[in-house]
Design a protein around this ligand. Structure first.
Ligand SMILES: [Zn+2]
Length: 372
């Protein structure tokens, strides 16, 4: 089983410099490779393979850009693997055409496939091409085979490393589930999630407060003169709060997903079209959009870890407009209707609970498990 462990790194000044050089070099190599691929296709209709690119990297790009030699060569080669998977996603799954990497993206990172050492005794991590081990806060221990490590830097210039570890254990067998041991979840605008059991889960209060505060800070930032010292200060404040919100949100999502997976044999959700959602402009909304996709991702891998099942239903099944008792379709319902009474069977519905029950129903119907 693969598990990721994320730690904060505390590099010295010169270590920071070389880490940033790695990030820059990997971005440079990735963009160079993407450009080569586009050019080769435009001029000769030729698809450059990863191995052709690798050979160009070693024999042309590196000799012309000697600074790349200061960087772990496997990290550079790894960018070619990432580019290859970006193209695979583009061709196979019709995801967007691979884009050039910008230095302006808030989350910058690079990967080290092997030859690094995690030292729990001394609380350090030794990376290739960096002489002294980097101080780290190794708050969780692991045992197993080290896979790829990802080093990242946040906008407020904090360094992290995420270590992927294979513990050598097989995934547990999937446990049986039925109507009683399955939970339906509806995610919505008014509550973070509503459960088919009738329970509603809200974003925790401290997270809501931080989001409110973020709005205030962003408004202040917008009034500052661009390029001024005050503007930079305000920017840093916004970035810091963004990070705090991110951490609070991840904590909340982990607690919630762990609890739900441990309490149920199967969980049913609606699959979300995240690419469409990320276009939404309202801040609070976009934060919950990101939360949901991360939440579903966590549910999926935690379900695998514990032998549980995540069931997904199509996005356009009319889960909130259908009476879960008699099947009456209420076409006149609008987004504003939080409660409704079924004209056929007179059941009084809470919109979100009804939707969560339907998500569960549809998912079990797909499995032919509804009448068990
Ligand atoms: Zn009804």
């Amino acid at each position: 089983m693969l598990k990721a462990y994320k730690y904060r790194l505390y590099p010295t000044g010169s270590q920071k410099e070389i880490l940033l050089k790695h990030i820059g070099a990997c971005r440079f190599t990735y963009n160079w490779a993407l450009e080569q691929k586009i050019k080769a296709y435009e001029t000769d209709k030729k698809h450059l393979s990863r191995f052709e690119l690798q050979s160009c990297l070693v024999h042309e790009l590196k000799p012309e850009n000697t600074w790349l030699k200061e960087v772990n060569s496997q990290a550079l080669l790894n960018t070619l693997i990432n580019l290859e998977s970006a193209f695979t996603r583009f061709f196979r799954e019709k995801k967007g055409f691979p884009r050039f990497k910008s230095r302006k993206v808030p989350f910058q990172s690079f990967q080290i496939p092997q030859h690094y050492v995690v030292d729990f005794e001394n609380n350090t991590i030794k990376l290739p091409k960096i002489k002294q081990p980097i101080r780290a806060k190794l708050h969780r221990k692991f045992e197993g085979k080290l896979k790829t490590a990802t080093v990242s830097i946040t906008k407020t210039r904090k360094f992290y490393i995420s270590v992927l570890v294979d513990d050598g254990k097989e995934l547990p067998e999937t446990q049986k589930f039925d109507n009683n041991s399955t939970l339906g979840i509806d995610v919505g605008v008014t509550h973070f999630a509503t459960l088919s059991s009738g329970k509603k889960i809200d974003n925790p209060k401290h997270l809501k407060n931080s989001i409110k505060r973020l709005k205030v800070l962003q408004k202040r930032l917008s009034k500052k003169q661009k390029g001024s010292q005050n503007c930079d200060k305000a920017k840093l404040k916004v970035a810091k709060l963004h990070e705090r919100i991110r951490n609070q949100r991840i904590d909340f999502l982990h607690n919630t997903s762990s609890k739900l997976v441990s309490e149920n044999q199967a969980i049913a959700v609606e699959s979300l079209d995240v690419s469409g959602m990320l276009k939404s402009h309202c801040l609070a909304q976009s934060i919950s959009d990101v939360s949901w996709s991360e939440f579903f991702r966590q549910l999926e891998y935690k379900a695998q870890w514990y032998g549980k099942t995540l069931l997904k239903i199509g996005q356009f099944e009319p889960s909130s407009k259908l009476c879960n008792i008699c099947g009456h379709y209420n076409g006149e319902m609008t987004l504003a209707d939080r409660k409704w009474e079924c004209p056929d069977c007179s059941t009084k519905h809470d919109r979100d609970i009804n939707a969560a029950i339907n998500v569960k129903k549809f998912a079990l119907q797909n499995q032919n498990l509804l009448n068990i």
